[in-house]
Design a binder for this molecule. Structure first.
Ligand code: P6P
Length: 331
């Protein structure tokens, strides 16, 4: 077996930070452990009647929580808490942030199971995570300001995709690497080293039911994507699964843009800045792409709320900039 394991990779990369405490390695290992546990449940969701269906509760977004949402949230919180070096977690599934160990130097923001509306129809879903160093004093209680940092301050970010295979893709600021899980032996192997967006790209991902509810600039960009012009690789190909991690992962490998613009129904967009847009933006920039709200770099937005939503355009730089061009013209 000549593939490097995720565990070996984490330890090897730690050597790139001489004198590091190993705290970040322990956090990544905790995420690795929780993702194995969640993967096992996701992969039998069709059978485990006790898991399927609503948990009878709602999250702050007012979305019916699927039992797997709650299950995943609890497993990631437990695994991270057990490492003792995380002082707090902000999660889509919890109205307020959760305080863990006051001595912890890191905070985590996460969407424990994004795309959960797809659980019952057996479409890929994912976990998204973002890691920051706390800004409040070690030993004190974690504070909201620890979570409201701009994405540029992230020390690590990534996702776990529960699809035809389970993959973990992450960055600590030195490129993007993807690991595929072998459930037979319970190990993630380095299957996608140094992931970057391909130069050529023609996939656009948007819920086109929202086009008429979006701005003129977005409508003009979608029309541009659909025009026939061989010289500019058009018409582009529409692909939208309705599961952000799955759409993002496909576009990272094949090239493309994912858009969730502001609409009359979601005037600030639908996706959450802290635990969806920022972590994928960190990966994107590390993979040579671009992530914006249509005007401003996502990672430079100063957050004001834990569950803040923003319009989102992410993927190949050329495609994101073309969309921004149409948006700029509308004003
Ligand atoms: P719509 C899932 O709820 C999610 O947050 C993303 O995973 C997905 O891309 C998007 O919302 C789907 O939203 O409005 O197109 O159903």
């Amino acid at each position: 077996m000549n593939f490097k394991t995720l565990g070996e990779f984490i330890i090897d990369k730690q050597k790139d930070f001489p004198g590091s405490s190993g705290d970040l390695s322990r956090i990544l290992s905790a995420i690795r452990l929780a993702s194995k546990i969640v993967s096992q449940q996701v992969n039998k969701a069709g059978l485990a009647r006790h898991i399927l269906g609503g948990a009878g509760s709602e999250n702050i977004q007012g979305e019916a929580q699927q039992k797997l949402d709650v299950y995943a949230d609890e497993r990631f919180i437990e695994a991270l808490n057990n490492r003792g070096n995380v002082c707090g977690i902000g999660s889509e599934e919890n109205d307020d942030f959760i305080e863990l160990n006051k001595e912890g130097k890191y905070i985590i923001l996460m969407d424990p199971l994004d795309g959960s509306s797809n659980i019952d129809v057996n479409v890929s879903i994912g976990t998204i995570f973002s890691v920051f160093k706390r800004v409040s004093n070690v030993g004190d209680s974690v504070e909201l300001k620890d979570f409201l940092q701009p994405g540029t301050e992230q020390v690590a970010a990534g996702y776990v995709l529960y699809g035809s295979s389970t993959m973990m893709v992450y960055t600590t600021g030195n490129g993007v690497n993807g690991f595929t899980y072998d459930p037979g032996i319970g190990v993630f192997f380095l299957s996608h080293p140094d992931m970057t967006f391909p130069k050529k790209s023609k996939i656009y991902s948007m819920n086109e039911g929202n086009v008429k509810r979006s701005s003129k600039g977005v409508q003009d960009y979608i029309n541009y994507c659909q025009e026939i012009d061989k010289s500019t690789n058009r018409p582009h190909t529409g692909r939208y699964i309705g599961s952000l991690v799955a759409d993002f992962h496909r576009n990272l490998i094949k090239g493309g843009i994912y858009m969730y613009p502001a609409t009359d129904k979601s005037p600030k967009g639908k996706l959450r800045l802290l635990y969806e847009c920022n972590p994928l933006a960190f990966l994107t920039e590390q993979a040579g792409g671009k992530a914006s709200d249509g005007k401003e770099r996502i990672m430079e937005i100063k957050p004001t709320e834990l569950h803040q939503r923003v319009p989102y355009f992410v993927g190949n730089t050329s495609m994101v900039e073309k969309a921004e061009e149409f948006i700029a013209k509308e004003n």
